[in-house]
Design a protein around this ligand. Structure first.
Ligand SMILES: *Cc1c(COP(=O)(O)O)cnc(C)c1O
Length: 520
């Protein structure tokens, strides 16, 4: 049967070089089809008695045809999902050096606390008196976040980094409008910024004015001054990441904050890279007005396929009155929720109170590390990135000189004239057993490879990773471009047509034509 929705691989012909098995299984890896192709609506994994005395209240609306859900027995279901999980790379399998994403170990203690019934089994509409513990946890988390960032207030509810950006920029907009400054609609964004920054600004009705980078990968201060000077009355603010997406500390950050404030604008800091600062630098001391944290990056709550995000956003004194509802307050009687928007709050970020499971995991991480442990995690993250940069700088080309912060950024100069491109190098890493680093981001670096090891990795693990990277860099230089163009050869899927998959995603399974006709 023709498989639906799977783009054909440009190197599919090379698969012929690999001996095929009749089963489709390879070594001890079991092949698995879509669950709709394996199951049949007539099979079931449960045995329930027929309900007695049931009268349908659906009238004409009752479904007549088959529901069409695949039926599988319990062992078949288990096998299906375990087989799928084996095709996935995970932080629990090995180094996950995806830069900017901070893929760190998710401590199991976090999971244990998140599953406690008082946190996991509460309902958002339960009476306040019955969820005092959950509210206390949210209040305590807010306290830790405000302390670590040096900021007076936090909106916990945003559900991801990008959602936190939206929260911060809406607070800035609400403040500007409240002050009769609605002509301020220009947001300065460095060209190395994460794509969510300009997207958020535009979503909030601002226009984006791009600031070029200087030769050393940081904000070009003179260009920034010119941008402000050209029309200071239209400046709404700046969106800046620190350490920036090149993994470098913006040394002029205080001057940048002062310039923006002097012009009448606000400073939004993208806090996705907070893992390089926790316990060492408080963004509040740098003049930040709003910043989101990615609990799912810095504070070890699972992300990607592993769980939802959470992007609490800290706000300065100037912005905190515009904070979204709901938020937790402590009263003489205990904890309470402020649910209703007054005339200054800009409204709500989500229906209820945000991602409770992420709150409990993040607070567990903070409390189990303590202030000394959090600081050490930061220092080890920066040390690990520098160890990688230093260990590879003779065979690969670091994009900028000097030490880096929590991620090491390489460009593709070392691949010049080898016929190997960043993409091929990344695919060869898959054969070596590693999830590729972030590639082609930031855009300001040609053929960028952004590696973030985090503090989770031991020296032994880092050394193994470095050995693989050195080996690949040397192979590329030795003229083995062919090997790279074939890669990955050991992966369950080879090279997919990513353009086709992005432009024409097939998200819905439809029964094969033969069966559909037979049923009619
Ligand atoms: C991850 C990231 C974001 C967005 O966070 P999400 O939780 O994925 O929405 C924004 N900026 C930077 C620099 C990031 O690394």
């Amino acid at each position: 049967m023709k498989t639906q929705g799977r783009p054909t691989s440009p190197v599919a012909a090379n698969d012929a070089m690999q001996p095929k098995t009749v089963s489709g299984n390879k070594a001890l890896k079991q092949a698995t089809k879509l669950i709709f192709e394996t199951g049949t609506p007539r099979r079931t994994g449960v045995d329930l008695p027929e309900p007695k005395g049931r009268a349908s209240r659906l009238g004409d609306h009752a479904r007549e045809g088959e529901i069409g859900l695949p039926g599988l027995s319990e062992p078949e279901t288990m096998r299906h999902y375990v087989r799928l999980s084996q095709k996935n790379y995970a932080i629990d399998l090995g180094v996950y050096p995806l830069g900017s994403c901070t893929m760190k170990h998710n401590p199991r203690l976090n999971e244990k606390v998140a599953r406690m019934p008082g946190f996991a089994d509460v309902h958002p509409l339960q009476p306040i008196s019955t969820v005092q513990g959950a509210l206390e946890l949210m209040h305590e988390l807010s306290h830790w976040i405000c302390t670590l960032t040096g900021m007076p207030a936090v909106a916990l509810t945003p559900k991801a980094g990008a959602h936190g950006e939206l929260c911060g920029m809406m607070a800035i907009r609400a403040r500007l409008d409240a002050d009769g400054q609605s002509q301020r609609r220009r947001v300065l964004v460095p060209e190395s910024a994460h794509g969510t920054n300009p997207a958020t600004a535009v979503q909030c009705g601002f226009t984006v004015d791009e600031i070029p980078a200087s030769g050393d990968g940081r904000v070009n201060l003179d260009a920034l001054k010119d941008k402000i000077k050209s029309d200071p009355d239209t400046v709404a603010g700046i969106m800046l990441t620190n350490p920036n997406t090149c993994g470098l500390f913006e040394r002029d950050i205080i001057e940048i904050a002062d310039l923006i404030h002097a012009a009448g604008g606000y400073f939004y800091c993208d806090g996705a890279n907070f893992n390089a600062l926790v316990g060492r630098v408080r963004p509040g001391d740098l003049g930040v007005d709003a910043m989101h944290l990615n609990l799912h990056k810095t504070f070890s709550t699972p992300h990607g396929g592993g769980g939802p995000g959470s992007g609490p956003t800290v706000l300065s004194d100037a912005l905190k009155t515009h904070a979204p509802v709901p938020y937790v307050v402590q009263t003489d009687e205990g904890y309470d929720l402020v649910e209703h928007k007054d005339e200054v709050s800009f409204g709500r970020m989500c229906a209820f109170h945000g991602q409770m499971g992420m709150y409990s995991r993040a607070l567990t991480y903070m409390m189990s590390h303590g202030s000394d442990g959090l600081k050490q995690a930061t220092e080890d993250a920066v040390l690990n990135a520098n160890y990688i940069q230093a260990s590879l700088s003779d065979v690969m080309t670091p994009a900028f000189g000097g030490v880096c912060m929590h991620e090491a950024l390489f460009d593709d100069r070392f691949l010049k004239d080898t016929g190997v491109e960043t993409l091929d190098f990344a695919k060869a890493m898959i054969d070596e057993g590693y999830h590729p680093m972030t590639m082609y981001f930031p855009l300001v670096v040609h053929g960028a490879m952004l590696i973030e090891p985090t503090e989770s990795e031991s020296k032994g693990e880092l050394d193994r990773f470095i050995l693989s990277m050195r080996h690949l860099a040397e192979k590329a230089k030795a003229g083995e471009a062919d090997m790279f163009k074939q890669a990955p050869v050991h992966a369950p899927m080879r090279r997919l047509d990513e353009t086709q998959a992005a432009r024409k995603p097939v998200l819905r399974w439809t029964p094969p034509v033969e069966t559909a006709e037979a049923a009619e």
